[in-house]
Ligand binder design. Structure first.
Ligand SMILES: [Zn+2]
Length: 293
């Protein structure tokens, strides 16, 4: 077990880093770390993370009741407790308001996409939890199914929840999420976001889960490439329109994939690209085929 003094120093250090790295401002966000299976050290309500001191930390039990320290545990601690309940393998949770990643949720642009190989390898994709009022048990409950399968999650119009076996790992997941958002936004500004081919995304994710680990539910499927990736990543390589919420469509939904070879076969080599009406027919038949009609 790591001494409490060391974990207090760590939570103060990472709180300062979250502020310095523009991952939160003012009184935003909260950090927590397990002291033991029954006690959690966390930042109290209404404290500035950039200037956090030892007196801003409180110790709570697994139900959220304060055990030690001055100040009140934040209502957002319900989200942290939900994470610890769902993921016995993790020891730290960081919740912040990273501006670019949040902007993706406001714009309705999914971050559950396979764009950067090293991110697919180490973190997988980042889903978005549908909107619920901040600080409520409703939001904490909505978070539960997502944190079972992911180490980094976005909440619509609100912020990020990142999990880790340590504060360092949770912080790395948070930084990676926001850095990915910045790169993806820059690519969109330049004109195009090209996703990894589906087979490469699946291969990378399998490799990453075996090499670096991840949520136990995902690691259990590491031999099944793409199993923990959203349907949008594996059903439609290069898809520009994954579900806006970032949530994988229901399994019975299929996505049409019109390939160059498929079009060639339908249109014939000589008039490929010329006959708009026949191109439309090809698209319709592909959509109907995907729908199983
Ligand atoms: Zn918040």
């Amino acid at each position: 077990m790591i001494p409490e003094r060391k974990l207090r120093d760590e939570i103060i250090r990472f709180s300062h880093l979250c502020y310095e790295r523009h991952l939160l401002v003012a009184m935003d966000g909260n950090l927590s770390v397990k002291l033991s299976e029954t006690e959690i050290l966390c930042t109290k309500a209404g404290c500035h993370k950039g200037f956090l001191v030892d007196e801003d930390l409180v110790v709570i039990d697994r139900k959220g009741k304060k055990l030690r320290g001055s100040g009140t545990p934040t209502s957002e601690m319900a989200m942290h407790l939900a994470c610890y309940d769902e993921r016995p393998d993790i020891n730290a949770v960081i919740h912040t308001h990273p501006p670019i990643a949040i902007a993706f949720t406001i714009a309705g642009v999914s971050m559950a996409r396979c764009v950067l190989p090293e991110v697919v390898l180490t973190l997988g994709t980042v889903p978005t939890v549908e909107y619920a009022t901040t600080g409520t048990l409703t939001l904490a409950d909505k978070l539960r199914p997502y944190v079972r399968d992911h180490d980094a999650v976005l909440m619509d119009r609100h912020g990020a929840v990142c999990l880790g076996t340590s504060l360092l790992i949770a912080f790395c997941n948070l930084e990676t999420m926001e850095h990915t958002a910045l790169i993806t936004k820059t690519a969109r500004d330049l004109g195009n976001v090209r996703e990894l081919p589906a087979d490469e995304a699946g291969k990378l994710r399998s490799l990453g889960l075996k090499r670096y680990g991840g949520p136990p539910s995902a690691v259990a499927q590491a031999d099944n490439p793409g199993a923990d990736l959203p349907h949008a990543c594996t059903g439609c390589s290069g898809c520009a329109h994954p579900s806006p919420s970032g949530i994988a469509p229901k399994s019975e939904m299929k996505m049409a994939r019109v390939t160059q070879a498929g079009l060639g076969a339908t249109l014939g080599a000589s008039d490929r690209g010329k006959d708009t009406a026949r191109l439309e027919d090809a698209l319709v038949s592909e959509v109907l085929r995907a729908l199983g009609k």
